[in-house]
Design a protein around this ligand. Structure first.
Ligand code: MLT
Length: 264
């Protein structure tokens, strides 16, 4: 089912009577990146996905986004869908939103799954890269930026061995509104550092990281997981930043096992 909440496109699969999972995608993707998770989990869980403001089918409007606005949107969706303590699952930018949500609305969720993400805010080098990306998009290099950025997101083996799937991801991302893409870059560059929230997280947490992730590598994610009380850490061998897409069966097994263990 496809519905609108707060002008954002929300997609649901499964029986609403079941426990729910809210999936928050990464940049510059949209809800489709969770297709394989939804296929595997929607017979047992009510799966809710949405397109982050400015991406996919959610309009860019003014394009002036902040991470705080993205957390407001998440809250509106959980409230608007009438979800009771869903599991929150975010990848990368979706993980930034999820981590910030822990500081503001943790009690709305029953468990947390963080995929290929990090709590540290952008350092100066990354801020300058965001600024350069916005300039390039303004200068007419949107397509080139998307192509180059997505190439960093996947492992070399996925790009070489799953060329068709890879090209589909790229062509879908190229359909995004450049204004929305720039808005997300602004929001990510201006986000707060959530590292100090990690020891305060009270809900059960699963941390998933591709061994070849260049943007949030295991050397960053394992120490982050260690800061979250009682969290579980899973290394996805051979996957890059898009572990749930690249090694979907393995990741789905880990998510399903985690949800069973925590009695969901
Ligand atoms: C993402 O996948 O959401 C992005 O790589 C996050 C980022 O650029 O920091």
């Amino acid at each position: 089912m496809n519905t609108k909440i707060n002008n954002l496109s929300v997609f649901t699969d499964g029986n609403k009577e079941n426990k729910s999972i809210v999936f928050v995608h990464g940049f510059p993707f949209d809800h489709y990146m969770w297709d394989e998770q939804v296929k595997a989990l929607s017979s047992s869980y009510f799966c809710v996905r949405y397109d982050i403001r400015g991406l996919g089918e959610s309009p860019a409007e003014h394009g002036q986004f902040t991470m705080e606005m993205f957390v407001d949107d998440l809250k509106e969706i959980v409230d608007g869908m009438g979800l009771t303590k869903p599991v929150l699952c975010g990848l990368s930018m979706g993980g930034y939103i999820s981590l910030r949500a822990m500081g503001r609305i943790e009690n709305m969720f029953s468990a947390l799954i963080l995929c290929d993400t990090k709590s540290v805010a952008d350092d100066n080098e990354t801020k300058l890269k965001r600024a350069d990306a916005i300039k390039r998009i303004n200068d007419g290099q949107f397509e080139l930026f998307i192509e180059e950025f997505i190439a960093i997101c996947f492992s070399d083996s996925f790009i070489n061995e799953s060329e068709k799937e890879y090209r589909e991801v790229v062509s879908r991302s190229l359909k995004n509104d450049p204004v929305g893409v720039k808005g997300c870059l602004l929001a990510m560059g201006g986000r707060t550092d959530t590292t100090e929230l990690l020891p305060e997280i009270k809900i059960q947490t699963l941390v998933i990281c591709g061994s070849e992730d260049k943007l949030s590598p295991p050397t960053v994610m394992k120490p982050m997981a260690d800061e979250i009380p009682g969290s579980e850490f899973v290394l996805v061998e051979g996957a890059g930043h898009m572990a749930p897409v690249e090694k979907a069966d393995f990741v789905n097994g880990k998510i399903a096992g985690f949800l069973k263990r925590i009695n969901m």
